[in-house]
Design a protein around this ligand. Sequence first.
Ligand code: SOE
Length: 369
Amino acid sequence: MTARRPLRAGIIGTGFIGGIHAHAVRASGATLTRVADTSPERAEEAAVRLYADRGAASAQELIESDEVDVVHICTPNHLHAELAEQALAAGKHVICEKPLATTVQDAQRLVDLAAKTDVVTAVPFVYRYYPTVREARARIAAGDAGPLWMLHGSYLQDWLASEADTNWRVDPALGGASRAFADIGVHWCDLMEFTTGHRIVRLTSLMATAFEHRQGGDGPGGMAPVNTEDGATVMFETDRGAAGSVVTSQVSPGRKNRLWFSFDGRTASYVFDQELPDSLWVGGRQENRSVMRGPDTLSPAAAAFATVPAGHPQGYQDCFNAFVGDTYASVTDRAREGAPTFTDGLRAAKITAAVVESAASRSWVEVAA
Ligand code: SOE
């Protein structure tokens, strides 16, 4: 058997998330040949920091490079659609950070363009890769809980819990019309739809801000008005007749990255907590159980995602590595069931648009199919 040439990856945008992608590229056996940032100098600095072969002078140079097979887009949100379109036009496989696009129209255009090619597309809904999430999914698919009727949870963070905290995501021109929901609420909705098989058909939402101003503007005291939500609550109905709700917030002091769900059926409920991801809580009328992650505790579909021995924490970077590994396997081998694609990015854009519309109109809104 002859060894295959490793895939060659290029990463555009080398901040926090670009670094996570770089680790995942290497963990998946690929070579990081190029990185690009806002200037050639920053790209060269990032190439050293992220162990890339070299910096590209621009995003366009990276996309057109003969030494890049897969383009990872890790820039601020407003650049995603344009760069993804250029990468597709250049015949490259594309992993684009979420949101795939800041409008449904742009996300739809990307899905349509990708459908005309044979490249692989992906959006990092990486929480799908926790073995305990897969365990809940397997048990729900097997009907262990009976019909699910109540789907609820939250996704809470605190990295913006001070008016001194700011970020490009706060500015709608860079981040899009929604901030907290588009950044983290979409993860929860993706996880819910992926794990349960239910689809949100209509919803009503409320958006709120904890801070009217944050630092970093030209106003008095260097402050800028805040025009995106610090948090959103969403109540919804699904195509299979369940009710549900999710609270998302980036100003919940003490909550670092608490993506939590409870999916409740008549005979069991399944609870997952991203800050304690090595166990799945299974609620029952007579007794509750905590299923630990391990090769002999999970069903085969979930055990396949347990990459370190039981009792050794498996976390966020491991999920990212598994996601990138799955995406690369789709390039070299065959499409993997459960790997999130541009179609899932479009789905998130549709739900986000409905959340924004509902909050503005204070009414129930149908989610586009
Ligand atoms: C910031 O809120 C962030 O990095 C998100 O952008 C990621 O998608 C999430 O996984 C962790 O938090």
